[in-house]
Design a protein around this ligand. Structure first.
Ligand code: NDP
Ligand code: OXD
Length: 318
């Protein structure tokens, strides 16, 4: 019944102690140990709660029954060819979903209300009272209409944006037009002024945010050129294409929360690019309390003989 913790994130929320404390409170009497603790019997652990474990590490724990990924995206875990073939549960939790929706709404509004331009005007002491259009004039396209994409789409639509989503299968979200499959991708892109990437990183989506895709975004919108918001994964984006598209006007601006190399290297041109907003992969942090509680609920289900929820389909890669 013991739980193994393996946590290797870079954000403040990935310090192991708050996770250990919360799991100990919620699972009293059980051994909660970190892979970095010495002297434990590897065969004692039935569950592993992990974020970016070193490849090969989980294969060394022979009695594991379930692996809990402490975030929504499982791309880093699935890269490990030695990952045990056990049920792999990812995070689907209101706390994380609402954080992502906040981020998406914040950055859609920032571009729609031209806040970067106003900040620059303020720094020059300039009263830049330019035209401001209604949110209904702004077409947002959510690439990836899963747990996170659907919630963000619904909230954006409620505050007036003209929202559509693209996914593998068709969705039904009030007020949001659904496009499905590669045959409808062009139609989706052609009506999109602000593109929000929330697809998982899989072999199919690796590099999907490239010049060819950016060139198919709408050219008749209110913004000078379409905008990219990537809160999915860095591996979705071809970074040289983003830079060249910003420079030649194919893209008007970008908000990037994720990068191919994280933390973003000090010499990356994204840091100082005038059209880029960089955030440190914190669009939707995994909160130690909320997400430990979610994992505990899953363990309780499992031990009552009920099915686990949000088990990753390894053949799809998400
Ligand atoms: P889901 O699995 O719920 O949703 C994924 C969506 O992407 C689904 O709509 C799916 O379509 C669609 N999709 C996947 N592959 C394709 C494809 N080849 N073509 C078209 N559509 C595709 O994931 P979540 O919404 O929970 O999370 C999305 C991603 O967000 C995570 O994988 C993670 O990478 C990222 N993330 C980033 C965070 C951050 O802080 N920056 C925090 C949390 C997550 P369908 O529904 O038809 O299957
Ligand atoms: C996640 C993340 O996938 O934080 O949850 O990136």
């Amino acid at each position: 019944m013991s739980l193994l913790l393996v946590i290797n994130g870079t954000g403040d929320n990935w310090g192991p102690e708050p996770w250990r404390r919360r799991f100990s409170e919620r699972l009293p009497g059980r051994l909660i140990a970190s892979s970095t603790d010495s002297g434990h019997d590897r065969a004692a652990f039935r569950y592993a709660a992990v974020w970016k474990p070193e490849p090969g590490l989980l294969a060394g724990y022979p009695k594991l029954e379930v692996i809990f990924n402490l975030g929504a995206g499982v791309d880093a875990l699935l890269k490990d060819a030695t990952l045990p073939g056990l049920p792999l549960v990812r995070v689907v939790d209101t706390d994380l979903t609402k954080r992502m929706t906040e981020y998406v709404v914040l950055h859609c509004l920032m571009h729609h209300r031209r806040q970067r331009m106003l900040d620059a005007a303020q720094s020059r002491g300039e009263w830049a009272a330019k035209d401001q259009w209604a949110s209904s004039a702004m077409r947002v396209g959510i690439l990836g209409m899963g747990e996170l994409g659907c919630d963000a789409a619904e909230v954006l639509s409620r505050i007036g944006f003209d929202v559509a989503g693209w996914s593998r299968t068709r969705k039904s979200v009030p007020g949001v037009r659904s496009y499905a499959g590669s045959e409808e991708l062009d139609a989706f892109l052609g009506r999109t002024d602000i593109l929000v990437a929330l697809v998982p990183l899989t072999p199919e989506t690796d590099g999907i945010l490239n010049r060819s895709l950016f060139e198919r975004l709408a050219r008749d919108g209110r913004l000078e050129a379409p905008v990219l918001i990537n809160a999915g994964r860095g591996g979705l984006q071809v970074e040289a294409d983003i830079l060249s598209c910003l420079d030649d006007g194919t893209l008007g601006a970008a908000t990037l929360d994720v990068f191919r190399t994280e933390p973003l290297p000090a010499d990356s041109p994204f840091w100082r690019h005038p059209k880029v907003t960089v955030t440190p992969h914190n669009a939707a942090d995994s909160d130690a309390e909320a997400i430990s509680d979610y994992v505990v609920r899953q363990i309780e289900r499992f031990e009552r003989g009920e099915s686990l929820q949000n088990v990753v389909d390894r053949s799809r890669g998400y």
